[in-house]
Design a protein around this ligand. Structure first.
Ligand SMILES: [Fe+2]
Ligand SMILES: [Fe+2]
Length: 181
């Protein structure tokens, strides 16, 4: 059985991950409206990824006989000054999420909850990638500055991104969750 404190903290993390999806959906809407097709697509892929992050915590709670309790999502920002402003906000948000994951690692250690170790280590590694990928775009946008052709090339490059659903989550989505408990 999942410890109550872990169940509560993971339920709250479901909220933070869905808030991430909501923030990136707002950024996708901004890019799509402003004609940055590649960045819009990149953000839409990021939305999908964040939903799977939420579902990884949800799946863990369910599989250990717990119940996720949902929270209200905060209203995301809707407008940014520039693509750089949006990606800067994305990078800062990922740093915020990394701090949340680190807090969960500490809580799991304090609770002696070894069962959540593999899940949390996955997220520790994932956050290294999340910070690196958003910070890379920030650096690239700073490099191109106001050069229109540079921004267009970067937009095309970011538009190459695709989302692939991890097989374990695809399986979880497709089967009755209750049979796993
Ligand atoms: Fe996430
Ligand atoms: Fe993320």
């Amino acid at each position: 059985m999942i410890p109550k404190k872990i169940e509560d903290a993971f339920s709250e993390q479901v909220k933070f991950e869905l808030e991430s999806a909501y923030i990136y959906l707002a950024m996708a809407a901004y890019f799509d409206a402003e004609g940055f097709e590649g960045m819009g697509r990149w953000m839409r892929a990021q939305v999908q990824e964040e939903v799977t992050h939420a579902m990884r915590f949800y799946k863990h709670i369910v599989e250990r006989g717990g119940r996720a309790r949902l929270h209200a999502l905060a209203m995301p920002a809707q407008d940014w000054q520039s693509p750089l402003g949006a990606f800067q906000a994305a990078y800062e948000h990922e740093q915020f999420i990394t701090a949340k994951i680190d807090g969960l690692v500490k809580l799991a250690q304090a609770e002696g909850d070894h069962a959540s170790r593999t899940l949390l280590q996955w997220f520790v590694d994932e956050q290294v990638e999340e910070e690196a990928s958003t910070s890379k775009v920030v650096q690239d946008l700073k490099l191109v500055g106001s050069d229109g052709r540079g921004i267009l090339m970067l937009d095309r490059e970011l538009g190459q991104r695709t989302f692939v659903l991890a097989p374990d989550l695809a399986t979880f989505y497709a089967q009755a969750a209750a049979t796993q408990a």
